[in-house]
Design a protein around this ligand. Structure first.
Ligand code: ATR
Length: 281
């Protein structure tokens, strides 16, 4: 589909945005599904967010994504946010419905989709999440809304895990246990899924758990770090023949979820594979 006078725009608002993979994901899908839409990035500094939102309404931009540093602050400018975004306290996707801006958070949803796509059932599962920042919060809220039994949050400090715990325990049946203790083998014996949401391993070969641990059960190990693709944590997991999920899957799936919100089209597995090829090229 060629860009013409009828083309509609979607955008990313963030600072910085130059490294974003979102235009590659969305423009590929717009072309593939023959939609006369275009996705562009706007580099918006902190104090320009309000003006940018006014601009989106004035220009009739159809929707977009929100990234660092605006995911939390953007909420005050939106007309409505969905329940999970409200609990997460952050929005990464918005849709302009006839001038009404609606906010969503597809980070946790995208991550959970990566797990479900591998055939895992989350119901009554025991999950350990490393880290308690924004990504952890969106993943934990999504996991709780999918009926997991318990989430063990491990972090180097206790304040943020406690905040996530409170949000979950007052809104869902899922139990939460917070700790700053070092992870031992017995801790892993007791869980079904391990998820790293800390930046440990990003651009380095550090591992968020002690690599000398030999797990005795059949864990699923997930890392949201996607550079490098095969993080030290995932190498440790593969060495012990554990199933793994790569950070790139979550990155792509949060984009596919956003595409679905804007267009109503549910992307298929083939779309995910094509985008993975684009990323790897
Ligand atoms: P995001 O909000 O993007 O998820 P973040 O705010 O940097 O990322 O948070 C990541 C989490 O990893 C935080 O919980 C952070 O711990 P604190 O709550 O104590 O700040 C944790 N984290 C970040 N760097 C870490 C490191 N080098 N070692 C251990 N934990 C780390």
């Amino acid at each position: 589909m060629n860009i013409n006078s009828n083309s509609k725009t979607l955008c990313l608002l963030g600072h910085p945005v130059s490294q974003s993979f979102s235009p590659s994901i969305q423009n590929h899908l717009f072309k593939k599904y023959n939609l006369n839409k275009l996705y562009v990035c706007f580099n918006v500094k902190e104090n320009n967010l309000g003006d940018s939102i006014d601009g989106i309404k004035a220009l009739g931009i159809l929707g977009g994504n929100i990234t660092i540093p605006h995911k939390v602050n953007v909420i005050e400018y939106l007309d409505w946010v969905d329940e999970n975004s409200r609990l997460i306290g952050a929005v990464n996707t918005f849709k302009n419905e006839d001038g009404i801006l609606k906010g969503y958070n597809t980070d946790g949803k995208g991550f959970v989709k990566s797990i479900i796509d591998k055939g895992y059932d989350l119901n009554n599962k025991k999950i350990m999440v490393l880290g308690a920042g924004g990504a952890s919060r969106s993943i934990c809220i999504e996991l709780a809304s999918r009926g997991v039994e318990i989430i063990y949050i491990r972090n180097r400090s206790i304040e943020k895990p406690k905040e996530i715990s409170e949000a979950i325990m007052t809104n869902f049946d899922t139990k939460v246990s917070c700790s700053v203790d070092k992870i031992k083998r017995e801790d892993l014996d007791n869980i079904d899924i391990l998820i790293n949401t800390t930046p440990i391993g990003m651009g380095t070969c550090e591992c968020p758990i002690d690599e000398a641990i030999v797990p005795s059960n059949n864990l699923l190990v997930c890392d949201i770090v996607y550079k490098p693709h095969n993080t030290q944590l995932l190498k440790w997991a593969s060495k012990h023949k554990l199933q793994v999920i790569y950070g790139i899957d979550m990155l792509i799936n949060q984009g596919l979820e956003a595409f679905h919100i804007w267009t109503g089209i549910k992307p298929i597995k083939e779309d995910e594979d094509e985008i993975k090829h684009i990323y790897e090229a």
